[in-house]
Ligand binder design. Structure first.
Ligand code: FAD
Length: 617
């Protein structure tokens, strides 16, 4: 650093903020910085401009030039696009914070409430190239020097949250930790149009955010939290038990040399899993290993082996009781996870000490992925006493991800951009039903996105959906189809009575769906449906299913027996064009179906079932 700069107290405070490695430390050092500079941390994007003027030295300037470049994008209209919009965001997970940043660039006033007081998740997220590019453009490396160096394409959840938290603060976003959102409160008196009257019920109710009046609410509360009014759709797959575990990373040479087991090139080698089973009794469907702040492993384990190894004490038919803490031997779980991790890294990781979780216990967890939830809709509008409230969902609260596939945060960021686009349209005065219809048209694309089928030009990505999704039709859903999402009148306030996890007709059992597919593909040449994996690879089963109901759409006998990608592509295209079913997996994924893709296939076939069996309303 040039002379004198290191002892400038403002610069020291700023550098402390940049390096802070705990949530509380970030907030504390930021408060100290603002206090020292005499800046009040309010006032949207103009806070950022004031701060910039105070910190005009080399280290800060490198960051400003990145953020200025972002802020100058035409979509934000120099921070005027949402200048009169007030947004409350629930949850400071990666998706809530990422949305907050976009809304801040748009010029909105943004407040985030987070019920926890720390960021403690060591688990590691796989990043798609566009998320890496996106985070770099926000200055990720300035806050976290190790960010995606070399070919690294992952980050621990907590580090990701820290980066985004810092960017959000710099852009004027207000963040309140240890504040839980309990529900929204309609305006008491007559208000008019947008911008009036809605407030939040919070715990503790003494929080100053209780006085904040907003017209947009974004829920990013994670998989367990969905605000009232939204219906959840449940996709029930076959039993899938995920185990995550983290070991301390000392960054020693020996550790550096152990190769990762990437989520993209997962091990499909049967031999590997057979050896693991023979030698240890551990039976896995897949395993991923990332070397990050910790040595992180995520695996899907078979129930029988968990029972045999004494991890699960008693077999039970419902998964919740099966995996309840009373039915799990924690010590056995730790050994199981450690042995699986050691074996799959060829016993090359020295001294495998468990990293600790937020309770100071070994960071090992077991999760149930048998049922995954997604919201039926991405947004709603409430109107009460003339005041409208736009509510949007992002992240896990919109679509729960299957962790071993690592789609969570990539789709989460796409949804964050989509939500910001929606708020921009809302702020521009677009009629509510048009805003909602467009948002749903975009949401239809989300579940079929992969790193391969989104636009290649990632440096051009913006909140504008056309920059990201190829050939998107923003009007595929019409305003008259979203009337049910415009809710007027009283809001129900007895939260305890509500069960947000409404499962709809479209969630049906694995067996039932399998029987249905078997019954309607029986007798077709080259087709034998016995599962939701291998049976579908050739593409013939899907073609047969469509042909059974709509023989006019394709000539089954002329299909090539050995063109899995071609057959699958044809079936997916027909289903999309003729039946309006969006693909969940690509034809390449269908042709090489692997264990984790099963849930996607089940979700897709459930829609095929609906198209043929559920009469139109
Ligand atoms: P989250 O990251 O879940 O954040 C939601 C935030 O909202 C939380 O901080 C929560 O405290 C807060 N919140 C919830 N309700 C309220 C409320 N009423 N008021 C205020 N705040 C509220 N993904 C993987 O790919 N691999 C993994 O190994 C993995 N491990 C995970 C472990 C755990 C314990 C959890 C919860 C999630 C894990 N995930 C994992 C999922 C991954 O974290 C998410 O996909 C990703 O973080 C994006 O999520 P999000 O921002 O939508 O929600």
């Amino acid at each position: 650093a040039p002379d004198g700069e290191q002892c400038n107290p403002a610069h020291v405070l700023f550098d402390t903020f940049l390096r802070a490695n705990e949530c509380e430390e970030v907030l504390g050092s930021f408060r100290a910085l603002c206090g020292h500079l005499g800046l009040e941390h309010t006032g949207q994007l103009c806070f950022y401009h004031k701060l910039k003027a105070c910190l005009n030295y080399w280290s800060a300037k490198a960051l400003w030039s990145k953020l200025d470049k972002k802020a100058g994008h035409k979509d934000y209209d120099q921070g005027r696009a949402c200048a009169n919009t007030k947004c409350l965001i629930i949850g400071a997970g990666p998706c809530g914070l990422r949305t907050a940043i976009e809304l801040a660039f748009l010029g909105a006033r943004v407040v985030v409430v987070e019920k926890r007081d720390s960021f403690s998740r060591n688990n590691v997220l796989h990043l798609w190239p566009f998320t890496i590019h996106d985070l770099r453009a926000l200055g990720a490396k300035k806050f976290y020097g190790r960010f995606c160096t070399g070919s690294l394409d992952h980050i621990s959840i907590r580090q990701l949250q820290l980066i985004l938290l810092k960017v959000a603060l710099l852009l004027g976003v207000e963040i309140h930790t240890s504040v839980e959102f309990k529900g929204f409160l309609p305006p008491a008196a007559k208000a008019s149009g947008r911008g009036g009257g809605w407030r939040a019920a919070l715990r503790p109710n003494s929080s100053p955010v209780g006085q904040y009046v907003f017209d947009v609410l974004i829920s990013a509360g994670g998989g367990k939290f969905v605000p009232e009014g939204f219906k959840r759709k449940e996709t029930r797959g076959k039993l899938a038990i995920g185990i995550t575990t983290n070991f301390v990373n000392h960054h020693s040479r020996a550790e550096v040399e152990v190769p990762e087991i990437s989520g993209v090139a997962r091990i499909y080698k049967q031999q590997f899993f057979q050896n693991l089973y023979k030698k240890t009794g551990i039976d896995l469907e897949n395993i991923v290993y990332y070397k990050d702040d910790t040595h992180y492993f995520v695996m899907t384990a078979k129930k029988q082996s968990l029972l045999k190894m004494g991890v699960i004490l008693e077999d039970k038919s419902d998964t919740e009781s099966l995996l309840s803490s009373e039915n799990v031997n924690r010590e056995a779980l730790l050994s199981y996870a450690k042995e699986a991790a050691s074996f799959s890294t060829n016993y090359q990781l020295p001294k495998m000490e468990f990293a600790l979780n937020h309770q100071n216990l070994p960071d090992v967890d077991m999760f149930d992925f048998t049922c995954m939830n997604r919201s039926e809709n991405a947004a709603l509008v409430y109107e009460h006493s003339g005041a409208q409230l736009l509510i949007g969902l992002v992240g896990d609260c919109l679509v729960e991800p299957f962790w071993p596939l690592g789609t969570g945060v990539a789709r989460g960021f796409l949804a964050a951009f989509d939500a910001a686009w929606m708020v921009k349209r809302w702020a521009a005065g677009t009629p509510p039903l048009e805003v909602l219809a467009e948002r749903e048209s975009i949401y239809q694309h989300l579940s079929q996105t992969s790193a391969d089928n989104t636009n290649k030009n990632i440096s051009q990505y913006s909140i504008d959906p056309t920059t990201r999704y190829p050939n998107i039709n923003l009007n595929s859903i019409k305003p008259n189809q979203v009337r049910d999402q415009y809710l007027t009148g009283m809001v129900e306030h007895d939260h305890k009575k509500r069960d947000n996890r409404i499962s709809t007709d479209s969630s049906r059992g694995y067996e039932e769906l399998l029987h249905w597919c078997q019954a309607h593909t029986a007798g077709y040449r080259g087709v034998a449906v016995t599962d939701f994996m291998h049976s579908w690879k050739s593409g013939l089963a899907l073609c047969a299913l469509i042909h059974h109901f709509r023989p006019d759409l394709l000539d089954f006998d002329s299909l090539a027996q050995n063109d899995p990608i071609g057959n699958n592509q044809m079936a997916l295209d027909l289903a999309e064009q003729e039946l309006g079913i969006s693909p969940v997996l690509s034809s390449t994924e269908m042709a090489s179906m692997s264990e984790p893709d099963q849930l996607g296939l089940i979700a897709y076939l459930s829609q095929v079932f609906d198209a043929f069996e559920v009469p139109p309303e």
